[in-house]
Design a protein around this ligand. Structure first.
Ligand code: GLU
Length: 505
């Protein structure tokens, strides 16, 4: 059977990190199946039936997040609300077949959840075991039910769950799952205002979309039992289910948009200068492994290695500490991004750096023409220490602009402590001017000149180099100072060594 999976987010917020991971696992599962069956499909369904909470803005943000991650659906996006009439027809069909019944409980009555509590409460009072079946309308004679409906009395449609028995399915992650019918209420399929409810809508759409595998968060396990009852009532074989471990906050609590804010939103990472390929790789390891040490995987490798059997049962932790700017998100996500920036083929990184420099108004067309070689070398040189694309325009700003800031800690550590440098560094500029009239300004030659200069002054090489680094780049760390000189070139090195700007800060 051709594999068809779907990612089915509810557009009630932005694309949450847990949802993005669900999308990724569905995507990888479909692409893996696609290695042997090219018809395998990854589909997208926007579950926008909760009219009060669904927003277009949220749908936009979900689509943006998916687009950034590169998960384009293989067929047109399905909007669940477009199928409401089909959902209603299905509920009516179950009613006609006696597999569902009309519940005329007035609308002002407690909500569904409260009814459940009330029923349980009454059952307890009567000393009976849980009894989910004592809805007074469950056994209303058919003609009476029809007559009341015909007279215009509003009603909800509830599934008639059998008195005894159990649902069971083999979850691909958690193994055999069983639930006694006595633990499941006669769930509402259609509200009295004609609004189809979630479990009915999901089952109808999954059948219509010919979904073969449902891969979704473990928080849906309870729904799955209810959905299986609907499949049974409809006489349709349910798909295969795989529930994913949850992604928890550092305190092992629920990771939520409301509590934790932007750190759980996918677009935050795009906007913070993460590479989609790195973030995908990070997400893949949140609850899945191929059973080996390797952690850096290309998308093709993930597709080749992905299987439901590699999904863990224990919840994953998303580590971050909101009070520490360096740990605003999970260390591993940051490490992974740095790894990608440092090691990915330069050709693949360059367009991202270009976009970042453009956004920061640091881009010059020459970087793609006369200065192309310089631009490539510079990006290659500075990328080794960067964590995000943003670093190219912040920490790396001095390479692309004359207007850069000086880090006060760097000034303190590398300049203020050595007042002689205020005279020495401009002197070094003179020396460069004198020495490099015709000699190439390259690392080997620069080293000879700087070493001789250092000896003359009776100081340490580090004092000169660190001072120069602060003047030339504004920061205290970076690539080897000889390569910084060479990259910035003779003219810019001289101007910056002479500049008194940092000293007056
Ligand atoms: N719309 C549900 C959610 O966002 C997912 C339902 C499903 O995957 O079946 O949690």
């Amino acid at each position: 059977m051709t594999t068809r999976v779907r990612f089915a987010p509810s557009p009630t917020g932005y694309l949450h990190i847990g949802s993005a991971r669900t999308a990724l696992f569905n995507y990888l599962f479909a692409r893996h199946a696609g290695l042997t069956d090219p018809d395998s499909k990854f589909l997208l369904r926007i579950e926008d039936t909760d009219l009060a909470r669904s927003t277009e803005e949220s749908t936009r943000s979900i689509l943006d997040g998916l687009e950034w991650l590169g998960f384009a659906p293989d067929e047109e996006i399905v909007f669940q609300s477009d199928n409401a009439e089909k959902h209603r027809e299905t509920a009516r069909k179950l009613l006609t077949e006696g597999k569902a019944y009309r519940d005329f409980t007035p609308k002002e009555a407690p909500s569904d959840a409260n009814i459940k509590d009330a029923i349980k409460e009454r059952a307890r009072e009567q000393g009976a075991d849980k009894n989910m079946r004592d809805n007074p309308f469950r056994d209303l004679p058919r003609d009476e039910s029809d007559a009341r409906a015909a007279a215009g009395e509003p009603f909800a449609i509830r599934l008639r769950v059998a008195e005894s028995g159990k649902t069971s399915f083999e979850d691909q992650v958690y193994g055999l799952q069983e639930r006694d019918y006595s633990e499941i209420e006669d769930l509402v399929l259609l509200r009295s205002d004609g609004h189809p409810l979630y479990n009915l809508a999901v089952v109808c759409d999954d059948i219509e979309m010919a979904i073969t595998h449902v891969i979704r968060g473990q928080d849906h396990l309870t729904n799955t039992h209810k959905q299986i009852l609907i499949y049974e009532a409809l006489g349709v074989t349910p798909p295969v289910f795989a529930h994913l471990p949850l992604i928890m906050a550092p305190n092992k609590g629920k990771l939520s948009k409301r509590k934790h804010g932007e750190v759980v939103s996918m677009t935050t990472y795009r906007d913070a200068g993460f590479l989609a390929e790195a973030f995908r790789n990070y997400l893949a390891l949140l609850g899945w492994s191929a059973g080996e040490e390797q952690e850096i995987y290309s998308l093709d490798e993930l597709v080749a290695k992905f299987s439901l059997s590699g999904i863990h049962r224990s919840n994953a932790i998303f580590n971050f500490s909101p009070d520490d700017p360096r740990k605003w998100t999970d260390d591993k996500a940051q490490w992974m991004n740095a790894e990608y920036i440092r090691t990915m083929p330069l050709d693949e990184l360059l367009p991202h750096v270009k976009a970042e420099l453009k956004a920061a108004k640091l881009w010059r067309e020459e970087y793609e023409e006369d200065d192309r070689a310089w631009y490539e070398r510079t990006v290659d040189l500075i990328r080794a220490r960067f964590f995000t694309l943003k670093d190219f325009s912040s920490q790396g700003r001095a390479y692309f602009s004359e207007d850069y800031d000086f880090d006060s800690a760097a000034i303190e550590k590398n300049l203020s402590k050595f007042p002689d440098l205020r005279v020495w560094l401009p002197e070094l500029a003179e020396r460069f001017e004198a020495e490099f009239g015709d000699k190439p300004f390259n690392e080997t030659n620069i080293e000879l000149v700087v070493r001789a200069f250092t000896e003359e002054k009776g100081t340490k090489l580090g004092v000169i180099m660190n001072g120069a680094r602060t003047l030339l780049t504004g920061v205290a760390v970076g690539p080897s100072m000889l390569s910084v000189f060479e990259t910035l070139g003779l003219e810019r090195s001289i101007i910056r060594l002479r500049s008194q700007l940092a000293w007056s800060q």
